[in-house]
Design a protein around this ligand. Structure first.
Ligand SMILES: N[C@@H](CCC(=O)N[C@@H](CS)C(=O)NCC(=O)O)C(=O)O
Length: 240
């Protein structure tokens, strides 16, 4: 079996610029499936036009969730075995809220707001040849702005967007409570998403109210627990 995960590159002490790539890699680690990771994944070569995508025995598959579902079936993954229908439903709702809601607030803070952009540009430009970056990255920024308008997050004020994201994080924290993982004593698939979207905000150098909410002691303890078990620090600086 050969499994290659294509991401962008590590950023801000996280394994990738994209939380969806971090989610997929974390899930693979929780499931115990070995894989090879490649930086520089190109959305233009991706089956869905986005990263992550994988090559599984030479076949390309896109979308973190569709990849996880394919691999769950192919390898008989039992990470979520024993969960009740209610727990599975809760996990689904949390995952979808983070991926389809909170994500766009984080994107807005990184790409659209000036305090995010001054960090995004210099970090992101290493993905492009030097002479292309000044053209390509502002182009991506324009694309992100119009996607934010279409999705809706671009229509709100900065304060409104931040309040929504802070409330999402507070809800996540309330659901977590005193448990080590979202659904209890053991990490489940949903923890891959929660971990990814949390560290994407916690470790980003920003200092808005959203960053501070993500860095609450309980949410920090949660991501540190997962990092200690599944993400040895040396892997964050991997080169290829
Ligand atoms: N639903 C997708 C979302 C992936 C996604 O949005 N990836 C972004 C990076 S965070 C991307 O590749 N964007 C490039 C583009 O839209 O051109 C998944 O779960 O994999």
């Amino acid at each position: 079996m050969s499994l290659i995960v294509f991401g962008s590159k590590p950023a801000w002490n996280t394994p990738d610029f994209s939380p969806f790539v971090i989610k997929l890699e974390t899930w693979l680690r929780l499931a115990g499936i070995p894989y090879e990771r490649r930086n520089g994944g190109n959305p233009l070569q991706a089956p869905k036009g986005k990263i992550p995508y994988i090559e599984l025995d030479g076949q390309r598959i896109g979308d973190s969730q569709l990849i996880i579902e394919t691999l769950t079936e192919r390898f008989g993954v039992t990470l979520d075995a024993g969960l009740s229908p209610r727990e599975l439903a809760l996990a689904r709702m949390v995952r979808r809220a983070l991926e389809e809601g909170t994500y766009f607030a984080a994107v807005r803070l990184r790409w659209v707001e000036e305090d995010g952009w001054v960090r995004q540009y210099p970090a992101f430009k290493v993905l492009f040849p030097a002479f292309i970056a000044p053209v390509a990255i502002p182009m991506i920024r324009r694309k992100v702005r119009s996607a934010a308008m279409a999705q809706g997050v671009g229509r709100h004020s900065r304060e409104e967007v931040m309040a929504m994201a802070v409330d999402d994080l507070a809800a996540l924290e309330a659901l977590l409570g005193d448990q080590p993982y979202l659904l209890g004593e053991a990490p489940r698939s949903v923890d891959a998403t929660v971990y990814a979207f949390l560290i994407a905000i916690q470790r980003h150098p920003g200092a808005t109210g959203v960053h501070l909410a993500a860095r609450s002691p309980r949410l920090m303890a949660y991501t540190e627990r997962l990092a200690a078990a599944y993400w040895p620090p040396t892997e964050l600086t991997r080169a290829s």
